[in-house]
Design a protein around this ligand. Structure first.
Ligand code: MRU
Length: 354
């Protein structure tokens, strides 16, 4: 058979949460800044609105940012082809570089932008259908990767008990079941989990606001603790596993993830709690040798002062949004292509897609 590939059908999030949707030729996002108080959606009609939504964390979480950027690239291609005719690619590439720069740490954003740039190169003068097909493939692949990781990661949990997680690595952070929460959902279904301890995840509260909301929706018992309570919990009643996602995994296996992941991993090792990182191969970055070379996003200090009701006169604050967990503290890295346990450079190289 010859001719263009058929447009893939709209991917479906098995949780029904749908953090990201392509609807009526627009990008439709669940507004994560307002959850759990308000369940509202933000509709982006052009690529600049998508870039802003990623920067302002209407949508967040490494894989979800990648999927959103892919749909944003469809808007950019459509609009540039309409306004600039056959020369649409030049301005389109500028749009995508702004999209890439919306947040610096999660590699999935640049990974999706690169895939959409490659699709654009062969998309012709009327690019919308071909670009939408590629964005839907990225979205559908993410859903399938979540399902594969959920099965593999749940297989590592041998003993029934509680687990602990940090940040939100669920449906809100991906196109589907989630990475860490995908494993937790599947292990719960298999009767292996009795409770999920959820770090509140200062200062943006991804754990207290988003993970607690997702788990409650699924009827999975969850208890939120302050980030600094995790070590004491591990001393008194150690969970079987700590399970987290990742924003970027360097070639040596270092894991870049939400601030607080490193201290959780240190506490887990000290207390003999095993530490699992769940991340699709779109989060592996063979081009970055170690975690220490990754740009760590520094966010507005106002996020930090919010809980205190404002900053005392003359006080300053630093708000790094991610940290680096050395590979040696990770017991297992679960990807959709298999498990690296532990995630050394050779094991990681074997997991990378050809
Ligand atoms: O700043 P955020 O909320 O985008 O950070 C998200 C995380 O750190 C997640 O743990 C990571 O992206 C993995 S999500 C599957």
């Amino acid at each position: 058979m010859t001719g263009p590939l058929p447009t893939p059908p709209e991917p479906t999030d098995p949780t029904g949460i749908n953090a990201v949707l392509w609807r009526d030729g627009k990008v439709d996002l669940l507004d994560q800044r307002r959850l759990p108080r308000d369940v509202r959606r933000v509709v982006c009609e052009d690529v600049d609105a998508v870039t802003l939504s990623i920067r302002e964390m209407v949508v967040r979480g490494a894989p979800a940012i990648g999927v959103t950027a892919a749909y944003g690239a469809v808007l950019a291609a459509r609009d540039r082809a309409r306004s600039d005719g056959p020369d649409w690619q030049a301005k389109f590439q500028e749009d995508l570089e702004r999209l890439r720069a919306a947040r610096p740490t999660a590699v999935n954003l640049g990974w999706a932008v690169d895939r959409m740039l490659a699709a654009a190169a062969t998309a012709g003068a009327e690019p919308e259908a071909a670009m939408l097909a590629e964005a839907r493939r990225i979205h559908a692949e993410d859903i399938a990767m979540n399902q594969a990781m959920a099965r593999l990661g749940a297989g590592l949990i041998e003993q029934q008990g509680a687990v602990i997680t940090h940040c939100n690595a669920g449906a809100l952070a991906t196109g589907g079941l989630g990475t860490a929460l995908g494993v937790i959902r599947e292990a719960w279904r298999q009767g292996k989990i009795t409770r999920v301890w959820v770090d509140e995840t200062r200062p943006w509260l991804q754990g207290a606001r988003l993970t607690a909301w997702e788990l409650a929706r699924d009827g999975i018992p969850a208890t939120v603790i302050t980030d600094s309570a995790a070590a004491q919990l591990m001393r008194r009643e150690p969970p079987t596993w700590a399970i987290v996602g990742a924003d970027r995994v360097a070639a040596n296996g270092d894991v870049v993830n939400k601030i607080g992941t490193y201290s959780l991993a240190v506490a887990a090792r000290y207390h003999g709690v095993r530490f699992m990182v769940v991340a699709p191969t779109s989060t592996l970055d063979a081009g970055t040798p170690t975690g220490d070379t990754v740009t760590i996003e520094e966010r507005d200090a106002a996020e930090l002062w919010q809980a205190a009701g404002g900053a005392p006169d003359g006080a300053s604050a630093a708000n790094p949004s991610f940290d680096v967990t050395p590979a040696e503290l990770v017991d297992a890295l679960v990807t959709e292509r298999g498990i690296a346990a532990p995630p050394g450079p050779a094991a990681l190289a074997r997991l990378l897609p050809p």
